[in-house]
Design a protein around this ligand. Structure first.
Ligand SMILES: *[C@@H]1O[C@H](CO)[C@@H](O)[C@H](O)[C@H]1NC(C)=O
Ligand SMILES: *[C@@H]1O[C@H](CO)[C@@H](O)[C@H](O)[C@H]1NC(C)=O
Ligand SMILES: *[C@@H]1O[C@H](CO)[C@@H](O)[C@H](O)[C@H]1NC(C)=O
Ligand SMILES: *[C@@H]1O[C@H](CO)[C@@H](O)[C@H](O)[C@H]1NC(C)=O
Ligand SMILES: *[C@@H]1O[C@H](CO)[C@@H](O)[C@H](O)[C@H]1NC(C)=O
Length: 400
């Protein structure tokens, strides 16, 4: 009998090994196909878009609006405002212990930031929340990527303050041409990528590419810890533009909202809550005039609504969904009301930052979602600890 040479033995050995491997891999990919088929039958959101709340307890959100970090860094006043804003946030976080913080745009005043990387200021604004281990989600306002504006004052007797024009790595002579001192700004995409890169507590998203240059468009799901299938609420975050492009929620964004909400909440059985920065034009129609506050609840009625430039279909869709309970915006520092509009509520946050115009006292809007039986309550928590303007937003007050 012929002995098999080691060469043939090893060929037979590898033949069997490859058979085994192939059968494992086929089974595995078959499982994956099954898995994906199941997912596509019932559209759902990935784990990175899901927040959890213990059954029976409530879910609390603190909304920080218009922080405007990074103003006038060359003065003593500027950095002091950021310190003050951090104090406001710490006070609210330590007294309210929210489960989520929403950064509602104008986190920084980019048109005032004379350094290359505005993420440095963005990061400072996020830090009180991150330091406490609280998750957050952010949307852009019109100031976050606004092009740098040279102050005209600097060209008179005050002179141009000492600026940091870092050399971009290579030889110092390259930067002498001044290109490092052109402050082209930090784009929405860069700001968001920097936020996500460093922060595993951030629930912000880059948004679908088809909607760019509009970036912060995404939806988060709030579900119960004991049953992830039972969704308590959907929270939509939209980029209302401004800065590097017009102040508007585009038709494409409206269509994205329509598609998404139809897919994940087809029969409107789950309540929906909406966040963006610049009020839509509908805010003008409900704004209290001449002290006639009607059914509005708030403490500041100090300005006119500064709305988006156009309405391109978003409000029509929101009005048409019985599940949409409220929209929250910032932008107007002198307004903090909630007014009923059709079957939902249009709400302002409360100016949280010491940056930005206006010297009204600072605070934050708090939202509280109860889970046993859904309700959405809100109030404003001031820097001095006082609380006011409590309102129940899950009832449709406009049906009077
Ligand atoms: C900008 O700053 C952020 C935060 O400090 C940092 O993570 C990022 O790497 C910086 N980007 C550049 C290009 O320097
Ligand atoms: C998140 O990042 C921090 C440090 O930045 C780290 O200590 C922590 O373990 C991270 N958590 C997770 C869940 O990755
Ligand atoms: C929203 O989606 C529905 C169903 O998918 C469709 O009938 C409707 O025309 C859409 N509305 C808009 C404004 O896109
Ligand atoms: C609504 O849809 C969900 C699943 O998408 C289903 O469980 C529920 O029974 C539906 N409710 C109504 C009133 O049709
Ligand atoms: C802003 O308000 C505070 C407290 O009400 C006051 O002390 C301060 O002087 C005001 N600042 C300006 C610039 O009006």
């Amino acid at each position: 009998m012929m002995m098999m040479s080691p060469f043939y033995l090893s060929i037979i050995f590898f033949f069997f090994i490859s058979l085994i491997l192939r059968s494992i891999l086929t089974v595995h990919s078959h499982d994956q196909r099954e898995f994906h088929r199941k997912i596509s039958l019932r559209p759902t959101l990935p784990e990175g878009n899901t927040l959890h709340v213990r059954p029976g307890s409530s879910f609390k959100i603190a909304v920080f609006a218009d922080l405007h970090f990074g103003e006038d860094a060359w003065t003593e006043w500027g950095p002091q405002q950021d310190v003050n804003s951090i104090k406001v946030m710490c006070t609210v976080l330590d007294l309210q212990h929210p489960d989520l913080v929403v950064y509602l745009g104008d986190v920084i005043t980019a048109n005032n930031i004379a350094i290359h990387n505005a993420s440095l200021y963005w990061d400072q604004a996020i830090s009180p929340t991150r330091d406490r281990g609280i998750p957050w989600a952010s949307v852009f306002g019109n100031h976050d990527d606004m092009p740098f504006e040279w102050s005209i004052d600097w060209f008179s007797s005050t002179g141009i303050p000492p600026l940091h024009c870092p050399t971009s790595g290579s030889s110092p002579s390259e930067s002498e041409g001044g290109k490092d001192c052109s402050f082209k700004g930090t784009t929405r995409l860069e700001l968001m990528m920097n936020e996500l890169k460093m922060n595993n507590l951030s629930y912000s998203k880059l948004g679908p590419k088809a909607l760019w240059p509009s970036i912060s468009n995404y939806v988060l799901k709030l579900s119960s810890t004991d049953d992830p299938e039972s969704v308590i609420a959907y929270m939509y975050f939209l980029d209302s533009g401004g800065g590097s492009y017009p102040e508007v929620i585009s038709n494409a964004q409206a269509k994205w909202f329509n598609r998404t909400s139809q897919a994940i909440n087809p029969n409107s059985s789950v309540p929906e809550i909406i966040f963006w920065h610049i009020p839509s034009q509908a805010y003008k129609t409900v704004a209290p005039r001449f002290d006639a506050h009607r059914n509005c609840i708030g403490s500041m009625f100090a300005e006119e609504v500064a709305s988006q430039e156009a309405e391109m279909g978003m409000m029509k869709l929101l009005e048409g969904r019985s599940s949409v309970k409220a929209v929250f915006v910032g932008h107007n520092h002198g307004l903090d009301w909630c007014c009923p509009y059709k079957k939902l509520w249009l709400c302002y946050a409360r100016h949280t930052g010491y940056g930005g115009y206006g010297n009204w006292s600072r605070g934050a809007r708090i939202l509280e979602i109860t889970t046993q039986r859904f309700s959405l309550k809100s109030r404003i928590h001031m820097e001095d600890g006082s609380v006011h303007s409590e309102v129940l937003l899950s009832s449709t007050a406009s049906e009077e």
